[in-house]
Write a protein that binds this ligand. Structure first.
Ligand code: G3P
Ligand code: MG
Length: 366
């Protein structure tokens, strides 16, 4: 549904912070879709399984309860572990507003752009519950995706300190890894068994892909194994009282072990917020969404990123020349942020109404 055009004779509402509501302002002239939003999820819309009350109010404003009518927005999270479709269904139920896969990006969504390169090549995919990320990888086009549980099923001696549970056994594929060289490792989501996954990554890299095979010094490997991480968050905010370790902490643990073994860290590719690749990807998704809704590409000055983590949400948005709003409902809970946002707000509702107020003022000044 296109944005409701404003005719100039119609007055435009102006946000009154004291009353936390909009009032008439007859001076506004509307040219293009005024603004678009990019929402982080954990610590902004939800905490663990709980929806933050301000989240539903914020989305209600964007879904039409403001002077501009329905406003475009996408969700950009460093979370993941399931398909975009499954996560959108769950978010739609929780938030009470339809969240479509065309307006949703998770940490590993960008791997869709890489899958053709690895279509028929065996790769190791890590993170998430059981073999869920394998299913996501196959959906993306990685036809030969294996998990660390597959290695344990193939040879329990790969990691003697964990015996497969019945549900893990059911989630494994029977493979002869002596004949299945792994050419790349993709850490899709937060690993559930750090020790097993660190062991298997070290094995894959040091043996040039043949786990259980002889170690080959890295400088003698013709095609070293590629290593890709999708989420650099050292910490993130769930429903626990203090932040939890994220995939970035797993990467630190792996690199520390690898360096202890080989003397140096292993080169890798990093995706996820705040990386440029992820924000460029998000920009194309947002443009497509705004185009879909309005028939116009957004005027760039009007993109607002709402996030709780200065290191990922704010740093990335600032580097992308977006407006960045830091909320206090997640990782950041006051003090001086490590990356300076355009604005600090108590919660996502205040963030959204502040941004709309800014764009109304811009119109009024025209
Ligand atoms: O595992 C997810 C976490 O690192 C952060 O998610 O939604 O705050 O980007 P989000
Ligand atoms: Mg967050």
């Amino acid at each position: 549904m296109a944005l409701r055009p404003f005719n100039l004779s119609r007055s435009v509402l102006r946000f009154n912070p004291a009353r936390r509501q909009f009032q008439n302002d007859a001076t506004a002239k509307l040219q293009k879709p005024p603004l678009a939003f990019v929402f982080d999820i954990d610590g902004v819309l939800i905490r663990g399984e709980d929806v933050l009350p301000s989240a539903k109010r914020a989305l209600a404003i964007l879904e039409g309860n403001n002077p501009f009518g329905k406003l475009p927005y996408i969700l950009l999270t460093n979370g993941g572990g399931v398909s975009e479709k499954a996560r959108c269904q769950k978010l739609t139920e929780k938030l009470g507003f339809e969240i479509r896969p065309t307006q949703y990006i998770q940490a590993h969504t960008i791997l869709k752009t890489l899958s053709s390169k690895y279509e028929d090549t065996p790769v190791l995919v890590l993170g998430g519950k059981l073999d869920q990320v394998r299913k996501v990888a196959i959906d993306y086009g990685f036809k030969r995706a294996y998990t660390s549980l597959d290695f344990l099923s193939w040879n329990p001696s790969v990691w003697p300190f964990h015996q497969l549970t019945p549900s893990e056994t059911l989630a494994t594929k029977q493979v002869d890894f002596f004949k299945t060289p792994i050419s790349a490792v993709f850490v899709f989501h937060d690993p559930r068994n750090w020790a097993l996954d660190v062991q298997v990554i070290c094995d894959v890299i040091q043996s040039g892909g043949f786990v259980g095979g002889p170690y080959v010094p890295l400088d003698q490997q013709k095609n070293p194994v590629e290593l890709v991480f999708c989420n650099p968050d050292l910490i993130w905010r769930s429903d626990f009282s203090t932040p939890r370790l994220g995939q970035g902490a797993f990467k630190e643990a792996f690199q520390a072990v690898f360096k202890a073994l080989t003397g140096s860290e292993y080169p890798h590719v990093q995706f996820g917020k705040p990386t440029r690749a992820t924000y460029d990807y998000a920009t194309t998704v947002l443009h497509r969404r705004v185009q879909e809704m309005t028939g116009h590409p957004p005027a760039l000055s009007s993109i607002y990123m709402i996030g709780d983590n200065p290191e990922s949400d704010i740093a990335g948005a600032n580097a992308a020349n977006w407006n960045s709003v830091l909320v206090k409902t997640g990782v950041f809970d006051g003090g001086v942020p490590t990356h300076q946002p355009t604005h600090v707000a108590e919660d996502v509702e205040e963030a959204v109404t502040w941004a709309i107020g800014v764009e109304l003022d811009k119109l009024r000044q025209k």
